[in-house]
Design a binder for this molecule. Structure first.
Ligand code: NDP
Ligand code: OXD
Length: 321
């Protein structure tokens, strides 16, 4: 028996993502472990770790020696949707690479709206030369971030460097230098009353499902320098009520939206979002999980756990993220 066969195996279970590059990285980072894409038989005792994105339902529950599930995404709603999820630790991605990518996306989209990107692209298509002389300064704009976790906190810092006023909303109270922090149900109203651009970096949990709905839009300010606020959702599609977003755009409660995530992905060809003039769409690509930066730390955690060390970046099952 080789050393590979002596160590607990890894199950790689990905839906919608090609496994090859992940398998290559796993082979390089974990030459002492074998990685398989399917368990053997109905109950496979050789698998000790699972690396997953939208794992096939009911598979993880049939691994009697599973020690932990590693999500290759920062969000773990895709893991919790398994009806037979075994009661083992779930480790999520916290990575400087992923965080930097998300902050790039947030800064890009905030600046694009702030500097009238959608309008100028339309003007170019229509061959119209029309300057905007009322461009507000970044310091006139409050960017409100829903979700002040790993991603929201970094995005807040980068937006502050550009001169924006930044506020944030989280489940538990926070204190972040230069950021006006609000928390919980009581903090939501004051947060919404002052944010001109709202960036959503929340996890999808039972508490946040469809939180972006008409009641929330009604509480947003419409008196800021941009008029009605702009919404940027890079969290999860399940956070938004899509019919309410369309109604709010048409009623002028929202002036524009950028959506990276949708209830149904890929977004169906007949979705009204595709052709709506106030909607910018990106295909769930705000911050891609890159195997080259994620697999090494995952395998290091597996080895550390086998030496008796605790996991880092554990998901709180009760909170759902
Ligand atoms: P974290 O767990 O680090 O942060 C989550 C934040 O949301 C925390 O501040 C948390 O509050 C807050 N939160 C959770 N529940 C509530 C609630 N009910 N009310 C108010 N605030 C709440 O997650 P990350 O920052 O790492 O990631 C955030 C999400 O971004 C992921 O869950 C994923 O869905 C999404 N994502 C999307 C990507 C894309 O490409 N589109 C890529 C990567 C991530 P508290 O601080 O009090 O715990
Ligand atoms: C993530 C994602 O959660 O890619 O990391 O959506």
């Amino acid at each position: 028996m080789t050393d590979n066969e002596n160590r607990g195996r890894i199950l790689l279970s990905l839906t919608g993502w090609a496994p090859d590059v992940w398998l290559k990285q796993l082979a390089e980072a974990a030459p002492h472990r074998k990685t398989v894409v399917e368990p053997e038989g109905d109950s496979d005792p050789s698998i000790e770790y699972a690396v997953v994105w939208k794992p096939k339902p009911k598979v993880l529950g049939k691994l009697p020696r599973l020690k932990a599930i590693f999500s290759v995404g920062a969000g773990v709603d895709h893991v919790f949707s398994d009806p037979d999820l075994p009661d083992v630790p779930i480790v999520r991605v916290v990575s400087p690479d992923l965080t930097a990518r998300m902050s790039e996306y947030v800064v890009w989209q905030v600046l694009d709206h702030h500097r009238l990107g959608p309008r100028y692209r339309q003007q170019q298509m229509d061959r119209i030369w029309e300057e905007d002389r009322d461009q507000p300064a970044a310091s006139d704009i409050t960017v409100g971030i829903m979700g002040l976790g790993e991603l929201g906190t970094d995005a807040a810092a980068k937006l502050r460097c550009l001169g924006f006023k930044v506020s944030g909303w989280s489940r538990t109270a926070k204190s972040i230098e230069g950021v006006t922090c609000h928390a919980g149900n009581t903090g939501l109203g004051p947060f919404l009353a002052t944010a001109d651009i709202i960036v959503v970096l929340l996890p999808l949990t039972p508490d946040t499902r469809e939180i972006l709905n008409k009641e929330l839009f009604a509480k947003m300010t419409r008196r800021g320098p941009l008029g009605a606020p702009i919404l940027i959702n890079a969290g999860r599609g399940g956070l938004q009520n899509e019919a309410d977003i369309l109604s709010a755009l048409d009623a002028g409660q929202l002036s524009a939206v950028t959506l990276d995530v949708f209830h149904q992905e890929p977004l169906p060809a007949d979705s009204p979002f595709w052709s709506h003039p106030k909607v910018t769409i990106t295909p769930h690509s705000a911050a891609a999980s890159m195997p080259a930066s994620l697999i090494g730390p995952m395998v290091a955690q597996m080895d550390a756990h086998d030496r008796g060390e605790p996991f880092k970046n554990l998901v709180d099952r009760k909170a759902g993220y």
